[in-house]
Design a protein around this ligand. Structure first.
Ligand code: 13P
Length: 336
């Protein structure tokens, strides 16, 4: 794959008014989501749920790509059509989560480092042959007493950069995701500082590992008040701080930035993205790569009656795509 092909995939991921749906929950994580709505976490239920989402009519109007889990990338619709074929036929790029999850960082109690580099070159080769056009690796940065350590940030950014270089070698666009968790009672300023230090470290590591920024997408967390902070920043404060932080730490040559929702409500995730885009133009498109903020309402509906509510659940996820697509243009209105 040429550099131009990587660049054009990255640009398509953040096409105007479009974003990504993250449905790459590991079997452990989707079990938690299913448990929450009383669904058995069987392979067939996981497949049926992902089919409902991926075949929602008009989804591709506002969705450029979907991040899948290993199992899902290999699954097919009830009629036997591979999910990857359905996606590509609808202009939705297949993505794949390739990390092996965050694990305790030895010597640093309470901190995490994401694993998954061993054997990654061979796995990426297989994923490319199965149709994956982009990949995702999530690092987790925790804010707490004396946390995060510079060791934690550097170890995670080094891994992200090595993953990104391997992706590009395989012709796959890396989505690099250093998530600063919302958990904690810290305020907006602390989240700003941690996010800025993390992003600066990430881009230094990407540079060291010869990663082509033009063929890379950043998946960022927004600069928000900690979940337990008594003073919660307003929508405009979050938007202003996030854009300021990104401008201070992300090179302009990056083709785009997408956000995770990280436990924000559906409405907050959309309102924050919309406010940021209303403050534009920015050096890069700002869009979404939401998991929970795209799926929660549809999952709830589908779980009540998988057959009778199938169409309405599809309409619900398509509506979330539309709202976030409008927010990616700064055109969302609360009642839209
Ligand atoms: P949330 O939007 O639910 O945070 O999920 C996005 C994601 O892919 C996290 O890695």
């Amino acid at each position: 794959m040429s550099i131009e092909q990587l660049e054009s995939i990255a640009q398509a991921m953040v096409a105007p008014g479009k974003g990504i749906i993250a449905i790459d929950e590991s079997n452990t994580t989707i079990k938690k989501r299913f448990d929450g709505v009383g669904i058995d976490c069987t392979e067939e239920n996981r497949r049926a749920y992902r089919e409902m989402l991926l075949t929602a009519p008009n989804l591709s109007d506002h969705i450029s790509g979907a991040i899948l889990y290993d199992e899902t990338l290999r699954q097919a619709s009830k009629a036997g059509v591979p999910f990857t074929k359905i996606m590509l036929d609808h202009g939705i790029l297949p993505g794949i989560k390739v990390d092996k999850g965050p694990h305790p960082l030895a010597g640093f109690p309470g901190e995490l480092v994401t694993e998954g580099l061993d054997g990654l070159r061979d796995r990426l080769k297989e994923y490319a042959s199965l149709g994956a056009k982009f990949a995702k690796w999530r690092a987790v940065i925790t804010i707490g007493d004396d946390m995060p350590s510079s060791t934690c940030i550097e170890a995670n950014c080094h891994a992200l950069a090595r993953y990104a270089a391997l992706c590009q070698e395989a012709g796959i666009v890396p989505m690099v995701e250093p998530e600063v968790l919302m958990d904690g009672s810290h305020d907006l300023d602390v989240c700003y500082d941690v996010t800025e230090v993390t992003l600066r470290s990430l881009f230094a590591s990407l540079y060291e590992q010869n990663v082509l920024l033009e063929g890379t997408i950043l998946k960022a967390s927004m600069v928000v008040s900690g979940k337990d902070c008594p003073e919660q920043a307003s929508v405009d404060e979050v938007a202003e701080a996030t854009v300021r932080c990104l401008k201070a730490s992300v090179p302009a040559s990056l083709p785009g930035i997408v956000f995770l929702s990280g436990g924000q409500s559906d409405e907050a995730a959309t309102a924050h993205l919309n406010a940021m885009n209303q403050m534009g133009p920015h050096p890069w498109p700002l869009s979404f790569s939401y998991g929970r903020a795209m799926q929660t309402a549809a999952l709830k509906l589908w779980s009540k009656d998988m057959t009778a509510n199938f169409v309405d659940a599809q309409k619900t996820v398509a509506q979330r795509a539309r709202e976030n697509g409008l927010a990616a243009l700064g055109q969302w209105k609360k009642s839209a």
